[in-house]
Structure formats: C-alpha cells, structure tokens
Design a protein around this ligand. Sequence first.
Ligand SMILES: [Zn+2]
Length: 258
Amino acid sequence: MEKTSTDIKKVNIELDEIVLAFESSSPTNHFFIDLEKSEILNINEFTDYKEISFEEVDENLDRYIAIPKKESSEEFMRMEQFIMEIDDEAVREELFTTIKMRKPFRNFEHTLSKYPDLMEKWYKYHNKEIENTMRVWLKQNNIELAGEEVRIRREFGAREISKAEFERLDATIKKELKDFSPQACSNCGFEGDNFFMRLFMVDALPECEKEEEALHREMKKEFDINHFWTSTFDGSNIVILAASRCPYCGSDDIIFDF
Ligand SMILES: [Zn+2]
C-alpha cells in the first residue's frame, strides 16, 4: 500500500516521555517509537543496553521511528534567543559574554545560577521550546499522541516586547513591523495617527481553532486585549502580535495598515 500524508499514526505515549528521550539522546544513545505497541525503545551503545536491535529497526521502518537527537547547535540557538529577551542589559551582556567562551553550556548554567528567577525562567522556556520541537517533528511524521487531541496548548507565553527588545530584533523584522501600524477604530470610526501600538511575542502559532481560542483567552487575561494581529516572518520562528487601543472610545478593535 502506498503511503500518503494522511496516514496518521496514533500512539498512546505522553509528550513528556518523548521529550525525555530526546533530552537523553546522544550519538551513542538512541530512542525509537514502536508505533504498534506505543512504546519507546532504547539502544545505548555506551552501556550496551538494548531493548531492540538496529537490525530489527532497519527491517521494520514502518513500525519503528527514530526519535531525533538533540543538536548542540539548536541548543545554542535556544540559549541565544533566551538571552536576547532578557530586559536587564547588564545581565544580558554578561550572559552573551559567557556563551562566547569555551564550554558555553556549562558556563551559561553557572552564570545563570547567580540569578534564581532567571534560572527558573530558562528551564520553563527551554522545556517549552523542546516540547514545540517535538510537536513539530511528530506532525511532520504524521504521528498523533492519543492524549494530545484534547490536551491543547494552554499557554503561549505571551509577553510584551519592550522598546529595547524591539531594537534588538532582526533588521528585516523591525522594518516589517514599522510598516505595520494602527489606523482606525472599528468600533467608533476614529481615525488618526495617535494610536499607540503594543507588540507581544508568543512561543508559537496556534495550530487549531481550540488553540486560537486559548491564545485569545491568554491575551485577555494577561493584557486585557481582545483583538490583535499576528505576524510571522520568513526564515524566522518569531511570532509577534500587535494590538492597539482607540484613544477616543477605548475599544481595541483596531484596523491596521500594512
Ligand atoms: Zn473608537
């Protein structure tokens, strides 16, 4: 039978288990999903621990799928992205210097340990990023987790972009955002150039209607914003939301021009 992109494979495995396998992977530590039994299988060449053999995997590629390995270049990008979003300039610079040294990962964690709040933020941020990476990978491989259909994303990590942070964004993104501006109020028709634009960053785009609703709930709860515009940029995984409020009637249902 020919395989089509609509062949969705459902497995009864938690996302956490896949994240853990990914995090534990190394060039000698391999993990596979057994699509038939809904299990994660491990081959550790270093300790000679084997729950399956490479031969079996190779002979049943429809059944066993290799979980991707953690790449240090991607891990480095996660660190950089996290540092870029730190508001305190001194801490930001300190961390940037740290990761330019030898053993950047170890030095990064060592420096972070001086700032417990930031450390906690980093672990949360990191975990979310890995979860997203795994979600994208599962989707590309047409694998659906049984519990995942109902367990929609609850948090998008929406945060307001400060002026300083805006200045640090990539030049092309800045340009696109500068061309994008609030023009008129949908509610009362007020027009003019005294609309104030607020920008927010989120961890990911909503992928279904339910997630769309969840993002709206988060924006309402955190910032009292009902209407916003979503922007993505070619060659970047940055997602930016723009919102404004009518200076005349206070509505946030604003028409933007771009
Ligand atoms: Zn208005």
